[in-house]
Design a protein around this ligand. Sequence first.
Ligand SMILES: [Zn+2]
Length: 103
Amino acid sequence: MEKIKRHIIKQNKTRIKMNKTCQSCGMPMKRDPKSGGTNADGSKNEMYCSYCYQSGKFTQPEITTPEQMQDFCVEKMKEMGFPRIIGRFFTRNVPKLERWKEK
Ligand SMILES: [Zn+2]
């Protein structure tokens, strides 16, 4: 029993490591209070954070390009007290995330 438990814990750790940031906005999942968005059936979505993805839909459908997402995040971070340059730094990888790949 103990062995199985350890195995499951190990698996979970690997999964968290793989999806450590939201594939829409790039926020670290550990900073998401709900640690993930939700699918249409109410199950957890581990690819996107709860700010970006709820009930199987993106929460900001008006955002359609990574540049818009970067601007949105920079504004949000400014509200939280981070200077613009820090916001730019943290959002620099947004265009490389899954949501913005190919179309
Ligand atoms: Zn997100």
